[in-house]
Design a binder for this molecule. Structure first.
Ligand code: SF4
Length: 75
């Protein structure tokens, strides 16, 4: 079960694909020749940036099973 789901129609109508491509540090998103947005969930760093910047309703984003997001450690 992918932890990122995208509403293709809404994403294309809002131009969100280009935005998602630009903000994701892991290059999870890419826009295909047909304008559809491809998502490579396995590369996600769980930083949450895409979810914060995507237009409302474009993304359904949850932590993957066993994921806890980015953890910062000293040392
Ligand atoms: Fe990319 Fe971060 Fe979104 Fe994962 S949570 S897809 S790493 S922007």
């Amino acid at each position: 079960h992918p932890h990122i789901e995208i509403d293709q129609f809404l994403a294309q109508s809002t131009g969100a694909g280009t935005l998602l491509e630009r903000v994701c540090p892991a290059h999870v998103y890419s826009v295909g020749d047909d304008g559809s947005i491809r998502v490579l969930c396995a590369a996600c760093l769980e930083c949450g940036t895409c979810y914060q910047v995507a237009p409302l309703g474009v993304l359904k984003w949850t932590y993957p099973q066993g994921g806890t997001g980015v953890v910062y450690r000293e040392g």
